[in-house]
Design a protein around this ligand. Structure first.
Ligand code: B1M
Length: 214
């Protein structure tokens, strides 16, 4: 039985041990991994965002919440992957949070859901400069590149990175999907991205659509 209140409270308190215990016991009780993620972990991170925005939480506390969230996500990862794994060849996605941006909770969720959805993810992490995207594209020949930005300032960086990769010919034949809280479909249109997704499940769906496998 999933105790959403206790789990949400543990994320808010940044209590990794409690998150570990509550997620583990919910899984042992047969609770669906996607339910634990969608009803227990994600809503708590929304509350963190509201409190941070209202200056009711310090950055240090937000970081602890983000780490507690990662603890939960890591526990769910194998179950989510098992439930959705694909038997066919796995299209490669190069994924990263753009230069100047250190937010990775959402990007990690996207990575996890993509892996669970049958993609091979080359996760470049956060604060990824154009050169690093370029090197990964040359090395891994991905079908798709995914970029995340959580700050209005790094949306500008996203535009620059996309422009630079395009000018270098590195996006020829490669589909580009972007996301992150301030990113919109309109912004995706202005920078010429092939797709925008508001959340991790729709990122997987959009990428499959672009490959014609949705
Ligand atoms: Co920051 N931060 N932060 N922060 N932080 C925001 C983004 C902010 C909205 C908070 C606020 O003011 N209300 C605000 C941005 C304002 C703006 O630019 N408009 C902000 C700020 C200002 C800052 C700093 C500048 C604060 C400071 O230092 N004064 C600083 C910047 C540091 C930097 O990056 N250079 C900063 C720092 C931090 C922490 C390090 C403390 C921490 C990050 C820890 C970490 O990620 N490891 C942090 C956090 C946690 C947040 C909030 C509270 C939560 C973000 C989060 O994890 N959300 C955030 C407020 C908010 O978003 N409500 C905030 C949960 C996550 C699941 O959602 O990341 O949106 P999200 O991802 C979603 C979708 O967006 C989408 O799918 C995900 C899952 O469904 N998605 C994609 C994401 N990437 C995608 C890619 C895709 C498709 C979909 O395709 C490839």
């Amino acid at each position: 039985m999933l105790d959403t209140e206790a789990l949400g409270g543990a994320v808010l308190a940044g209590d990794r041990d409690a998150v570990d215990r509550l997620v583990s016991s919910a899984m042992e009780a047969g609770e669906d991994a996607a339910e634990i993620l969608n009803r227990g972990l994600l809503p708590a991170m929304d509350v963190v965002g509201q409190r941070f925005g209202a200056k009711k939480m310090f950055i240090s506390e937000v970081l602890l919440s983000a780490r507690a969230m990662h603890t939960g996500i890591n526990l769910l990862k194998p179950a989510l992957a098992r439930s959705q794994a694909d038997a066919g060849p796995r299209p490669v996605v190069v994924l990263g949070t753009v230069k100047g941006d250190l937010h990775d909770v959402g990007k990690n969720l996207v990575a996890m859901m993509l892996e669970a959805g049958g993609f091979q993810v080359i996760d470049l992490g956060t604060n990824v400069a154009t050169e690093k995207f370029a090197a990964a594209i040359k090395e891994h020949h991905p079908a798709l590149v995914g970029m995340s930005a959580l700050l209005t300032t790094t949306m500008r960086q996203m535009r620059q990175t996309v422009d630079e990769l395009r000018r270098a010919g590195l996006l020829d034949g490669v589909k580009m999907v972007i996301g992150g809280a301030p990113v919109t479909q309109e912004f995706a249109n202005t920078i010429g991205a092939d797709g925008y997704a508001p959340d991790a499940p729709s990122a997987v769906h959009r990428m499959k659509e672009l490959l014609g496998t949705a």
